[in-house]
Design a protein around this ligand. Structure first.
Ligand code: KIV
Length: 265
């Protein structure tokens, strides 16, 4: 299978073909996701909650994202590997942002994802692309700004807010972003954005008409149980599988059934 690049995703949009993106946080999960043919593997900062047990994405930094980026990149051959730049790693100044972004690429990322759209982000996207790193934008609900937003809310509900989102998507495209995640946006607004920009849109709770779709792997596999967003679809019950395996192992140890003759040296 050929490596997925920015050109592959653009072709999907131009050919009206959908593409998939899943998060991954470790080597073996990334390997299976890649083998399944998923187009983009995102080392999402959602790992702050799903893998590390924090209550928001703002608790982690470049150090943690670097470790998870290295692990995931080692497991992926075909998919595009995108790393989420964590809270405060790209907003202090352009110079430190470019250093942090460049380091993620050195560790194996093929692109980075940045939240928000303002004059600063636009400038940063231009500089990042000039440095040779593709940028995925992320607008609508942006979890790193949840304290300013005042919670987890659907964005773009009024006409003004919807127009503002369309403007932002166009600005990200003009700044050089190769795609944009739309999070918690009404379906009709996401559809309009998708029809009015030339780069792929990726739905994260933004309905059916985007070019690509993203889900947190722990939601997809039924592993993370603390909360599940409405737009997540559970394709398995890994939580139950883990509980069952651990329970059976525990019982076997305690009853003397593990290890048996075939499991000894
Ligand atoms: O952190 C994350 O996993 C994300 C996706 C859900 C888009 O940003």
């Amino acid at each position: 299978m050929k490596k997925v690049t920015v050109r592959t995703l653009k072709k999907y949009k131009d050919d009206h073909e959908k593409f998939s993106m899943l998060t991954a946080y470790d080597y073996s999960t990334a390997k299976y996701i890649d083998e399944a043919g998923v187009d983009v593997v995102l080392i999402g900062d959602s790992l702050a909650m799903t893998a590390l047990g924090y209550d928001s994405t703002n608790s982690i930094g470049v150090e943690e994202m670097s470790i998870f980026t290295k692990a995931v990149a080692r497991g992926v051959n075909h998919a595009m590997v995108v790393t989420d730049m964590p809270f405060m790693s790209y907003t202090i100044d352009i110079s430190s942002a470019l250093t942090n972004i460049g380091n993620m690429v050195k560790l194996g990322a093929n692109a980075v994802k940045l939240e928000g759209c303002n004059d600063y982000t636009e400038k940063l996207i231009e500089c990042t692309v000039n440095m040779g790193v593709p940028v995925m934008g992320h607008i609508g609900f942006t979890p790193q700004s949840q304290n300013v937003i005042g919670g987890h809310f659907i964005q773009g509900k009024t006409e003004d807010a919807a127009n503002e989102l369309l403007k932002q998507a166009k600005k990200l495209e003009n700044a050089g972003a190769f795609s944009v995640v739309l999070e918690m946006v009404p379906e009709d607004v996401a559809k309009k954005i998708t029809e009015n920009i030339n780069i792929p849109t990726i739905s994260c709770g933004a309905g059916r008409y985007c070019d690509g779709f993203v889900m947190v792997c722990d939601d997809c596999f039924g592993k993370f149980g603390d909360f599940t967003p409405k737009f997540a679809r559970k394709y398995g019950d890994m939580a139950e599988l883990i509980r069952t395996c651990a329970k059976n192992y525990n019982n076997d140890v305690k009853s003397g059934k593990y290890p048996d003759e075939s499991e000894i040296y």
